[in-house]
Design a protein around this ligand. Structure first.
Ligand SMILES: Nc1nc2c(c(=O)[nH]1)N[C@H]1C(S)=C(S)[C@@H](COP(=O)(O)OP(=O)(O)OC[C@H]3O[C@@H](n4cnc5c(=O)[nH]c(N)nc54)[C@H](O)[C@@H]3O)O[C@H]1N2
Ligand SMILES: Nc1nc2c(c(=O)[nH]1)N[C@H]1C(S)=C(S)[C@@H](COP(=O)(O)OP(=O)(O)OC[C@H]3O[C@@H](n4cnc5c(=O)[nH]c(N)nc54)[C@H](O)[C@@H]3O)O[C@H]1N2
Ligand SMILES: [Mo]
Length: 779
């Protein structure tokens, strides 16, 4: 059977970027935007005077002189600045039961929300409501809870620092630390793992470091799709001759070659620049094995060099002066056998030693990583092994070297910095006490998994969501949906309609807010907000577009409204703060001294960098030294049954998390569908399957330990150059296979990237020409 026989699948030979990217932008724009809005908006993205791109958290170059082209940034902007609207008339004629049958793609594609809405049980419709009436209902429902800990306050990482700061302040004055947050599903393994290793929970590099490094490792992330502006950085490094080593079970085109739309000659001559110098297709969950193998090689080479009277390969002076735990790490690494490393990683010893050789010969190394590392049952340990590898050669805290976690949402890192955390430390609590004179709750609250479990068990009865699409983003689609139907109150502050809004509680409200592209006018005039990128740079963002509707309000204004209605004796002057966001920033500085001179420093184009102590080799750990921390064994995940495969759930090129912009995944050769599963030819053959066959996927192991069947059915298999034993499908289609209990015990991060599955021919009729629309594939 040839590739052509699968409708909508045809391997893509081109580079990342290039003309394909330009074409995709044109299509995204023509579908969503009025021409006038488009030309204004795109020229203001990531400019010193404009708004921060609502796409990814990759930093901007210091001088953004020309419009920095990014296909997926353009999609994110046009998706928000769309001319489409979903108005009360639409809701009046479409019952929620009917909306439920629309796909996620269609739901958000309806356009921007225009009015505050409240759900009416009698007619099964959402109906318009005034802002004050909405706040009163929310306040009354929250005050009626027997205990503030029975409410969950979710944040998605689009919220600005100002909105997130006010939100956490309100929630703490209300009396709980229940802060489920999108970063709990994302880089929580980093936020837990790195403070233990390095004393700082953030990346240690800046964009400048990429100009000075002499090797880059990219582990478990896909920048061509998720951080496209990073390709320009990698391209520059490649042209400088810097080796770029990739560890990824899939051949991601953006990590292979790139044609920069910023470079006319490259475009006209159709030339591309190679990105990876070496690409290792390891098995899903094989990262710890590779990292230990690399460390093993370093130790052997070190001993050899020292015996010959040469300088060691390991930086003993650095280790002596800066770290603890090295001897224990050596013992662990030496005890790990090569045959186990090879089996677990799917790579040969020679391949791993080659990678380690590149690492050893480079004097300044940056390791970048993403969800391929964090979303495993042992995600925290994975992150810590990367830190170990870097510490071994003193690759932290000096120019051109360091650790670079690629954050998700454009302000997910900032939201955490300004207090969105279920585990507040003493300094945060003291800052609030001192600034506002109320006693914040000190007992730890719920993260995302704990919140959904509390809702499932009826211990939590209210959910307020500052953005996001919690129900669809979480594992265990069916159980999460069912749990949320048991809520007394569900409030969604959102720009666009999504499935979480259709999971109806006793009382359900949708509060439509301004997006980042839009003008935010308050009592003292137009306001700017601030965001923090993946490299701890804080800068201002000011929207310029006319709001999508006159009824939209900013997130800070909405939080103010909820706070005033919920807390009759509040100690915070909410109206004053929201009238002038400079005052919010003054308060952020009072609670978090790291923001000293906030308003002054953020007024400089490009903003300022928040201090990351580890970048200066100041180790904020109990013994004030960086720690080598051991991961027991090589298992990142639960063991796999004999006939099982390991499934990973990934993003297509046409999606932003649960937002589906389109049904294509250009670089992986998929057009017009999302119901595919990428498999190695041999894994197909071993099951008597061929490309194009329809298959059913059954969860096994940890995900069915509770005795419940979890399955998705009727997906089409495509033969792909993925590591053997590893299979991939899209998120959120795969979420129905993952139990809430399948998460990293230390950080709570769901194991979205390691789902043991059994794959069999589908019981549904075989019909490869059936181009089903991407449905919300709940079995
Ligand atoms: N356009 C766009 N931009 C985005 C997003 C989006 O959805 N669309 N999402 C944003 C968010 S919230 C986030 S968190 C980031 C996500 O950015 P990424 O971390 O790039 O996210 P994923 O698509 O989940 O891709 C993870 C990569 O890990 C690989 N992988 C899977 N399992 C393993 C493994 O076991 N080991 C290794 N080494 N690799 C593995 C996959 O093949 C894939 O290439 O992007 C942000 N930016
Ligand atoms: N299987 C699987 N599941 C995953 C992942 C995975 O890799 N695999 N990744 C996980 C990760 S890394 C993350 S971060 C989560 C994402 O989880 P979320 O952050 O909860 O999800 P998003 O899809 O980003 O949220 C989209 C919604 O945000 C709203 N929105 C957009 N812009 C704004 C705004 O400016 N303000 C407000 N108030 N609302 C806005 C819109 O209504 C839109 O429908 O998903 C997680 N789930
Ligand atoms: Mo994320």
């Amino acid at each position: 059977m040839s590739d052509k026989d699968v409708p909508g699948f045809e391997p893509y030979d081109g580079p990342a970027g290039g003309w394909g990217a330009l074409g995709a932008v044109a299509r995204a724009l023509s579908g969503q935007m009025a021409i006038a809005r488009e030309s204004i908006a795109l020229h203001k993205v990531n400019q010193p005077q404009g708004f921060d791109c609502p796409g990814c958290a990759w930093p901007d170059p210091k001088e953004t002189s020309s419009f920095e082209f990014c296909e997926n940034g353009a999609k994110a902007v046009s998706w928000e600045a769309t001319a489409k609207r979903v108005k009360p008339e639409f809701f009046a004629t479409n019952k929620v039961a009917d909306l439920w049958n629309l796909t996620d793609y269609t739901l958000e594609g309806l356009g921007r929300l225009t009015h505050p809405l409240v759900y009416d049980h009698a007619s099964d419709t959402y109906q318009p409501i005034g802002w004050d009436a909405a706040f009163e209902r929310i306040g009354a429902a929250l005050r009626a809870l027997p205990d503030p800990d029975m409410a969950e306050f979710y944040t998605s990482g689009r919220a600005s620092n100002e909105a997130a700061f006010l939100y956490q302040l309100f929630v703490r004055e209300f009396g709980t630390n229940n802060f489920p947050d999108c970063s709990n599903m994302c880089h929580e393994a980093t936020s837990v793992g790195l403070p233990q290793s390095l004393g700082s929970g953030k990346g240690t590099v800046t964009l400048d470091d990429f100009e000075h490094c002499d090797a880059i490792f990219c582990i478990g992330h896909n920048p061509g799709t998720n951080h496209p502006r990073m390709l320009s950085t990698l391209r520059e490094a490649s042209l400088r001759g810097v080796p770029i080593v990739v560890l990824n079970p899939l051949p991601e085109r953006g990590l292979e070659r790139f044609t920069s739309p910023q470079h006319p000659v490259e475009m006209i001559t159709n030339r591309s620049v190679r990105i990876a110098s070496t690409y290792y297709k390891l098995k899903i969950g094989g990262d710890v094995a590779v990292l230990k193998g690399m460390m093993k090689y370093l130790l052997v080479e070190d001993a050899k060099a020292l015996a010959e009277g040469m300088p060691g390969v390991v930086d003993h002076d650095f280790i002596e002066a800066n770290t603890s735990g090295f001897d224990a790490l050596v013992a662990d690494v030496e005890a790990t056998e090569w045959h186990a490393i090879e089996r677990k990683s799917g790579l040969t010893r020679a391949e791993i030693e080659h990678a380690a050789g590149i690492y050893a010969r480079a004097s300044k190394v940056i390791v970048c990583y993403g969800m391929g590392i964090t979303q495993h049952a042992h995600g925290t340990e994975n992150v810590q092994q990367i830190a170990n590898l870097l510490l071994m050669r003193g690759n932290i805290g000096r120019e051109g070297a360091g650790i670079c976690p690629l954050r998700g949402h454009s302000n997910v890192q900032g939201d955490r910095t300004v207090g969105i955390t279920e585990k507040p430390n003493a300094a945060l609590n003291e800052g609030i006490r001192k600034t506002y004179g109320f006693e914040p709750p000190v007992e730890h609250g719920h993260d995302a998994v704990a919140a959904v479990i509390a809702i499932r068990e009826g211990r939590s009865k209210a959910l307020v969501a500052l953005g996001g699409n919690l129900a669809v983003a979480m594992p265990d689609t069916e159980e999460t949906f069912a749990a949320m139907r048991g809520l007394d109150l569900a409030v969604h502050i959102a720009t666009k309609l999504n499935r979480s809004h259709l999971i109806i509680a006793k009382e359900s409200l949708i509060l439509p807010c301004l997006g980042r592209t839009e003008l935010d006018e308050q009592a003292t005039g137009p306001q700017a907000v601030t965001v923090e990128d993946s490299m701890s740079m804080v800068h201002a963002s000011a929207g310029t577009l006319t709001p999508a509707s006159e009824h939209l309000r900013s997130e800070p204004w909405i939080v103010r409204g909820i706070a005033n209605a919920t807390l009759p004796d509040t100690k915070v002057d909410w109206d004053r703060l929201v009238g002038d966001y400079n005052l919010i920033r003054d308060d952020i500085e009072k609670v978090f001294p790291i923001f000293y001179d906030f308003n002054k420093r953020v007024n400089v184009p490009g903003g300022f960098r928040l201090r990351v102590a580890a970048s200066e080799r100041a180790w904020d750990t109990p013994d004030k030294r960086a720690q080598f921390l051991i991961a027991r064994g090589l298992d990142e995940d639960e063991p796999l049954g004999d006939d099982d495969l390991m499934l990973t759930t990934i993003r297509s090129h046409d999606q932003y998390n649960t937002t589906i912009y389109g049904l294509n995944d250009r670089y992986r050769g998929v057009t017009g569908r999302r119901d595919v599963i990428f498999m190695h030819e041999k894994d197909l053959a071993a099951r008597g399957l061929r490309q194009g066959d329809r298959i059913d996927v059954f969860a096994t192991g940890v995900n069915v330990a509770d005795g419940k069947e979890r399955a998705v059915r009727g997906f089409t298999a495509v033969a792909f150059d993925i590591a053997e034993g590893s299979v991939a499908m899209y998120y959120p289609e795969g979420n129905a296979l993952i139990a809430l209990e399948s998460h990293d015990r230390r950080s709570g991060t769901p194991a979205y990237k390691s789902v043991p599955v059994r794959i069999v021919a589908s019981t549904l009729p075989a019909d490869p020409r059936d181009k089903r629309k991407a449905s919300h594939a709940v079995a």
